[in-house]
Design a protein around this ligand. Structure first.
Ligand code: NAP
Length: 275
Protein backbone atom coordinates (compact mmCIF):
# COMPACT_ATOMS: atom_id res chain seq x y z
CA UNK A 1 0.00 0.00 0.00
CA UNK A 2 1.80 3.12 -1.12
CA UNK A 3 0.86 6.66 -2.04
CA UNK A 4 -2.54 8.27 -1.99
CA UNK A 5 -5.01 9.62 -4.50
CA UNK A 6 -6.42 13.10 -4.49
CA UNK A 7 -9.46 14.28 -6.33
CA UNK A 8 -10.04 18.03 -6.19
CA UNK A 9 -13.10 19.67 -7.67
CA UNK A 10 -14.24 23.21 -8.26
CA UNK A 11 -16.76 23.65 -5.47
CA UNK A 12 -18.11 21.91 -2.42
CA UNK A 13 -21.76 22.89 -2.40
CA UNK A 14 -24.29 20.05 -2.70
CA UNK A 15 -27.22 21.38 -0.79
CA UNK A 16 -26.06 23.27 2.27
CA UNK A 17 -22.52 24.17 3.13
CA UNK A 18 -22.71 24.25 6.90
CA UNK A 19 -19.44 22.31 7.20
CA UNK A 20 -17.61 24.42 4.60
CA UNK A 21 -14.01 24.98 5.66
CA UNK A 22 -14.01 21.92 7.93
CA UNK A 23 -11.71 18.97 7.32
CA UNK A 24 -12.88 15.44 8.14
CA UNK A 25 -11.27 12.01 8.32
CA UNK A 26 -13.48 8.94 7.90
CA UNK A 27 -11.80 5.64 8.66
CA UNK A 28 -13.21 2.64 6.81
CA UNK A 29 -14.42 5.12 4.20
CA UNK A 30 -14.10 2.72 1.27
CA UNK A 31 -17.50 1.06 1.46
CA UNK A 32 -20.64 0.57 3.54
CA UNK A 33 -21.31 3.05 6.35
CA UNK A 34 -17.98 4.89 5.90
CA UNK A 35 -18.66 5.61 2.26
CA UNK A 36 -22.14 6.95 3.14
CA UNK A 37 -20.65 9.12 5.90
CA UNK A 38 -18.13 10.57 3.43
CA UNK A 39 -21.01 11.27 1.06
CA UNK A 40 -22.98 13.09 3.79
CA UNK A 41 -19.95 15.11 4.93
CA UNK A 42 -19.25 16.20 1.37
CA UNK A 43 -22.93 17.08 0.99
CA UNK A 44 -22.52 19.44 3.96
CA UNK A 45 -19.45 21.07 2.41
CA UNK A 46 -16.59 19.45 4.36
CA UNK A 47 -13.28 18.41 2.82
CA UNK A 48 -12.87 14.70 3.44
CA UNK A 49 -10.11 12.11 3.73
CA UNK A 50 -11.34 8.55 3.35
CA UNK A 51 -8.94 6.05 4.90
CA UNK A 52 -8.88 2.24 4.74
CA UNK A 53 -6.59 -0.59 3.68
CA UNK A 54 -8.08 -1.29 0.23
CA UNK A 55 -6.59 1.49 -1.87
CA UNK A 56 -8.85 0.71 -4.81
CA UNK A 57 -12.04 1.13 -2.77
CA UNK A 58 -11.08 4.46 -1.18
CA UNK A 59 -9.89 5.78 -4.53
CA UNK A 60 -13.27 4.85 -6.04
CA UNK A 61 -15.07 6.77 -3.28
CA UNK A 62 -12.77 9.77 -3.80
CA UNK A 63 -13.39 9.68 -7.54
CA UNK A 64 -17.16 9.27 -7.18
CA UNK A 65 -17.48 12.17 -4.74
CA UNK A 66 -14.79 14.25 -6.42
CA UNK A 67 -16.84 14.12 -9.61
CA UNK A 68 -19.51 16.21 -7.83
CA UNK A 69 -16.93 18.96 -7.28
CA UNK A 70 -16.06 18.00 -3.72
CA UNK A 71 -12.65 17.99 -2.04
CA UNK A 72 -12.11 14.29 -1.27
CA UNK A 73 -8.83 12.45 -0.81
CA UNK A 74 -8.07 8.76 -0.48
CA UNK A 75 -5.31 7.98 2.01
CA UNK A 76 -4.46 4.33 2.72
CA UNK A 77 -4.38 3.37 6.38
CA UNK A 78 -4.54 0.34 8.62
CA UNK A 79 -6.03 1.67 11.86
CA UNK A 80 -4.52 -1.20 13.82
CA UNK A 81 -0.99 -0.13 12.90
CA UNK A 82 0.51 2.86 14.74
CA UNK A 83 2.96 3.75 11.96
CA UNK A 84 0.25 3.61 9.31
CA UNK A 85 -2.04 5.79 11.46
CA UNK A 86 0.70 8.39 12.04
CA UNK A 87 1.39 8.58 8.29
CA UNK A 88 -2.31 8.93 7.47
CA UNK A 89 -2.76 11.68 10.08
CA UNK A 90 0.20 13.66 8.68
CA UNK A 91 -1.10 13.31 5.13
CA UNK A 92 -4.65 14.26 6.19
CA UNK A 93 -3.38 17.45 7.85
CA UNK A 94 -1.37 18.25 4.72
CA UNK A 95 -4.34 17.69 2.40
CA UNK A 96 -7.07 19.29 4.51
CA UNK A 97 -5.11 22.00 6.32
CA UNK A 98 -6.61 20.83 9.61
CA UNK A 99 -8.69 17.90 10.74
CA UNK A 100 -11.73 19.13 12.68
CA UNK A 101 -13.91 16.04 12.40
CA UNK A 102 -12.99 12.39 12.92
CA UNK A 103 -15.35 9.51 12.27
CA UNK A 104 -13.89 6.30 13.69
CA UNK A 105 -15.85 3.90 11.55
CA UNK A 106 -13.36 1.20 10.45
CA UNK A 107 -14.33 -2.13 11.92
CA UNK A 108 -14.39 -5.88 11.44
CA UNK A 109 -16.84 -8.48 12.66
CA UNK A 110 -17.03 -12.21 13.19
CA UNK A 111 -18.87 -14.78 15.23
CA UNK A 112 -18.25 -17.97 17.17
CA UNK A 113 -19.87 -19.77 20.08
CA UNK A 114 -18.10 -18.70 23.27
CA UNK A 115 -16.16 -21.94 23.79
CA UNK A 116 -14.84 -21.73 20.23
CA UNK A 117 -13.62 -18.13 20.46
CA UNK A 118 -9.99 -18.14 19.38
CA UNK A 119 -7.66 -15.75 21.18
CA UNK A 120 -6.21 -14.60 17.86
CA UNK A 121 -9.66 -13.63 16.51
CA UNK A 122 -10.57 -11.96 19.81
CA UNK A 123 -7.38 -9.89 19.76
CA UNK A 124 -7.69 -8.97 16.08
CA UNK A 125 -11.24 -7.74 16.63
CA UNK A 126 -10.21 -5.64 19.63
CA UNK A 127 -7.14 -4.35 17.78
CA UNK A 128 -9.19 -2.94 14.90
CA UNK A 129 -12.46 -2.02 16.66
CA UNK A 130 -11.12 -0.57 19.92
CA UNK A 131 -7.35 0.02 19.63
CA UNK A 132 -7.86 1.48 16.12
CA UNK A 133 -10.09 4.35 17.34
CA UNK A 134 -7.65 4.91 20.24
CA UNK A 135 -4.70 5.30 17.86
CA UNK A 136 -6.48 7.47 15.30
CA UNK A 137 -7.98 9.69 18.01
CA UNK A 138 -4.61 10.08 19.72
CA UNK A 139 -3.13 11.15 16.37
CA UNK A 140 -5.80 13.74 15.51
CA UNK A 141 -7.11 15.03 18.84
CA UNK A 142 -4.13 17.30 19.72
CA UNK A 143 -4.82 19.55 16.70
CA UNK A 144 -8.49 19.84 17.65
CA UNK A 145 -7.57 20.78 21.23
CA UNK A 146 -5.12 23.42 19.95
CA UNK A 147 -7.85 25.00 17.84
CA UNK A 148 -10.49 24.59 20.58
CA UNK A 149 -12.96 22.88 18.24
CA UNK A 150 -13.46 19.31 17.19
CA UNK A 151 -16.02 16.59 16.66
CA UNK A 152 -15.24 12.89 17.05
CA UNK A 153 -17.91 10.30 16.31
CA UNK A 154 -17.27 6.63 16.97
CA UNK A 155 -19.27 4.03 15.09
CA UNK A 156 -20.01 1.40 17.73
CA UNK A 157 -23.05 -0.90 17.61
CA UNK A 158 -26.17 -1.80 19.57
CA UNK A 159 -24.14 -4.78 20.72
CA UNK A 160 -21.83 -2.31 22.44
CA UNK A 161 -24.80 -1.73 24.74
CA UNK A 162 -26.07 -5.27 25.19
CA UNK A 163 -25.02 -8.87 24.64
CA UNK A 164 -26.08 -11.38 22.04
CA UNK A 165 -25.24 -15.01 21.26
CA UNK A 166 -22.05 -15.97 19.43
CA UNK A 167 -20.48 -12.51 19.18
CA UNK A 168 -18.40 -12.24 22.38
CA UNK A 169 -15.36 -10.85 20.55
CA UNK A 170 -17.24 -8.32 18.43
CA UNK A 171 -19.61 -7.16 21.16
CA UNK A 172 -16.88 -6.78 23.77
CA UNK A 173 -14.75 -4.77 21.34
CA UNK A 174 -17.70 -2.41 20.86
CA UNK A 175 -18.28 -2.27 24.65
CA UNK A 176 -14.61 -1.25 24.93
CA UNK A 177 -15.12 1.45 22.31
CA UNK A 178 -18.11 2.86 24.18
CA UNK A 179 -16.23 2.75 27.48
CA UNK A 180 -13.32 4.62 25.93
CA UNK A 181 -15.72 7.18 24.44
CA UNK A 182 -17.38 7.86 27.79
CA UNK A 183 -14.04 8.31 29.58
CA UNK A 184 -12.63 10.58 26.87
CA UNK A 185 -15.86 12.61 26.91
CA UNK A 186 -15.26 13.46 30.56
CA UNK A 187 -11.66 14.46 29.79
CA UNK A 188 -12.83 16.69 26.94
CA UNK A 189 -15.51 18.58 28.88
CA UNK A 190 -15.13 22.32 28.29
CA UNK A 191 -12.49 22.01 25.55
CA UNK A 192 -14.71 22.64 22.52
CA UNK A 193 -14.06 19.09 21.33
CA UNK A 194 -16.80 16.48 21.67
CA UNK A 195 -16.79 12.71 21.34
CA UNK A 196 -19.94 10.67 20.88
CA UNK A 197 -21.05 7.34 19.43
CA UNK A 198 -23.63 5.98 17.08
CA UNK A 199 -24.92 2.48 17.81
CA UNK A 200 -26.50 0.98 14.71
CA UNK A 201 -28.45 -2.26 14.54
CA UNK A 202 -28.10 -4.35 11.37
CA UNK A 203 -27.08 -2.08 8.48
CA UNK A 204 -27.30 -3.07 4.82
CA UNK A 205 -23.56 -3.11 4.00
CA UNK A 206 -20.95 -5.54 2.66
CA UNK A 207 -20.21 -6.50 6.30
CA UNK A 208 -23.79 -7.65 6.77
CA UNK A 209 -23.75 -9.51 3.45
CA UNK A 210 -20.60 -11.34 4.56
CA UNK A 211 -22.24 -12.20 7.90
CA UNK A 212 -25.30 -13.54 6.08
CA UNK A 213 -23.11 -15.72 3.85
CA UNK A 214 -21.27 -17.01 6.94
CA UNK A 215 -24.55 -17.93 8.65
CA UNK A 216 -25.84 -19.56 5.45
CA UNK A 217 -22.68 -21.61 5.17
CA UNK A 218 -22.70 -22.65 8.83
CA UNK A 219 -26.39 -23.60 8.84
CA UNK A 220 -26.78 -24.89 5.29
CA UNK A 221 -29.64 -22.43 4.76
CA UNK A 222 -30.22 -20.35 1.66
CA UNK A 223 -28.58 -16.89 1.96
CA UNK A 224 -31.72 -15.07 0.78
CA UNK A 225 -33.75 -16.85 3.48
CA UNK A 226 -31.16 -15.93 6.14
CA UNK A 227 -31.35 -12.29 5.00
CA UNK A 228 -35.14 -12.28 5.11
CA UNK A 229 -35.12 -13.87 8.57
CA UNK A 230 -32.69 -11.27 9.92
CA UNK A 231 -34.66 -8.42 8.36
CA UNK A 232 -37.86 -9.68 9.94
CA UNK A 233 -36.14 -9.69 13.35
CA UNK A 234 -35.42 -5.95 13.07
CA UNK A 235 -37.87 -3.57 14.77
CA UNK A 236 -38.83 -1.94 11.47
CA UNK A 237 -38.77 -5.23 9.54
CA UNK A 238 -35.75 -4.07 7.52
CA UNK A 239 -32.06 -3.30 7.83
CA UNK A 240 -30.99 0.28 8.53
CA UNK A 241 -29.49 1.97 5.46
CA UNK A 242 -25.91 3.32 5.53
CA UNK A 243 -27.32 6.77 4.74
CA UNK A 244 -29.46 6.67 7.89
CA UNK A 245 -26.37 5.97 9.99
CA UNK A 246 -24.57 8.81 8.20
CA UNK A 247 -27.35 11.23 9.14
CA UNK A 248 -27.02 10.15 12.78
CA UNK A 249 -23.27 10.82 12.59
CA UNK A 250 -23.94 14.28 11.16
CA UNK A 251 -26.28 15.12 14.02
CA UNK A 252 -23.27 15.35 16.37
CA UNK A 253 -21.42 17.90 14.22
CA UNK A 254 -23.25 21.26 14.37
CA UNK A 255 -22.19 24.13 16.64
CA UNK A 256 -25.45 23.58 18.51
CA UNK A 257 -24.36 20.02 19.38
CA UNK A 258 -21.60 21.30 21.68
CA UNK A 259 -23.24 19.79 24.77
CA UNK A 260 -23.64 16.35 23.26
CA UNK A 261 -20.69 14.75 24.97
CA UNK A 262 -20.22 11.02 25.57
CA UNK A 263 -23.69 10.16 24.33
CA UNK A 264 -24.86 7.18 22.30
CA UNK A 265 -27.35 7.41 19.48
CA UNK A 266 -29.09 4.11 18.73
CA UNK A 267 -29.98 3.71 15.04
CA UNK A 268 -32.06 0.58 14.52
CA UNK A 269 -35.67 1.58 13.97
CA UNK A 270 -36.50 0.67 17.57
CA UNK A 271 -34.95 0.87 21.02
CA UNK A 272 -31.80 -1.04 22.05
CA UNK A 273 -34.23 -3.83 22.93
CA UNK A 274 -34.12 -7.54 22.24
CA UNK A 275 -33.51 -9.10 18.84
P1 NAP B 1 -17.84 -2.92 5.86
O1 NAP B 1 -18.84 -2.82 4.80
O2 NAP B 1 -17.10 -4.19 6.02
O3 NAP B 1 -16.77 -1.72 5.77
C1 NAP B 1 -15.77 -1.64 6.76
C2 NAP B 1 -14.77 -0.59 6.40
O4 NAP B 1 -13.75 -0.60 7.40
C3 NAP B 1 -14.08 -0.88 5.08
O5 NAP B 1 -13.80 0.33 4.40
C4 NAP B 1 -12.78 -1.55 5.51
O6 NAP B 1 -11.79 -1.38 4.52
C5 NAP B 1 -12.47 -0.77 6.78
N1 NAP B 1 -11.52 -1.45 7.64
C6 NAP B 1 -11.60 -2.69 8.18
N2 NAP B 1 -10.51 -2.96 8.87
C7 NAP B 1 -9.69 -1.87 8.77
C8 NAP B 1 -8.41 -1.54 9.25
N3 NAP B 1 -7.70 -2.39 9.99
N4 NAP B 1 -7.91 -0.32 8.95
C9 NAP B 1 -8.59 0.55 8.20
N5 NAP B 1 -9.80 0.30 7.71
C10 NAP B 1 -10.35 -0.90 7.99
O7 NAP B 1 -18.53 -2.61 7.25
P2 NAP B 1 -19.75 -1.63 7.66
O8 NAP B 1 -20.93 -2.46 7.87
O9 NAP B 1 -19.81 -0.45 6.78
O10 NAP B 1 -19.22 -1.23 9.12
C11 NAP B 1 -18.66 0.02 9.45
C12 NAP B 1 -18.66 0.16 10.96
O11 NAP B 1 -20.00 0.05 11.44
C13 NAP B 1 -17.87 -0.94 11.67
O12 NAP B 1 -17.18 -0.39 12.77
C14 NAP B 1 -18.95 -1.89 12.15
O13 NAP B 1 -18.54 -2.64 13.27
C15 NAP B 1 -20.05 -0.93 12.46
N6 NAP B 1 -21.39 -1.51 12.48
C16 NAP B 1 -21.86 -2.21 11.40
C17 NAP B 1 -23.13 -2.77 11.45
C18 NAP B 1 -23.72 -3.56 10.30
O14 NAP B 1 -24.76 -4.19 10.48
N7 NAP B 1 -23.10 -3.55 9.13
C19 NAP B 1 -23.91 -2.61 12.60
C20 NAP B 1 -23.41 -1.89 13.67
C21 NAP B 1 -22.15 -1.33 13.59
P3 NAP B 1 -10.54 -2.35 4.34
O15 NAP B 1 -11.00 -3.74 4.65
O16 NAP B 1 -10.14 -2.11 2.94
O17 NAP B 1 -9.50 -1.84 5.30
Amino acid sequence: MTGDATVDGAGQGRGGDWLAGRGAVVTGGGRGIGSAVADALVGAGAGVVVAARSTEEIEMVAERLGATGARVHAVPCDVSDEVSVAKMADRARELLGAVDILVNNAGISGSAPFLRVRVGDWEAMHRVNATGPLLVTQALLPGMLERGWGRIVNVASVVGLKGARYISSYASSKHALLGMTRCLADELAGTGVTVNSVCPGYVDTPMTTRNILRIAEATGRDAAAVRRGLEEMQPGGRFVSPGEVAQAVLSFLPEAAASLQGSELVVRGGSTGPG
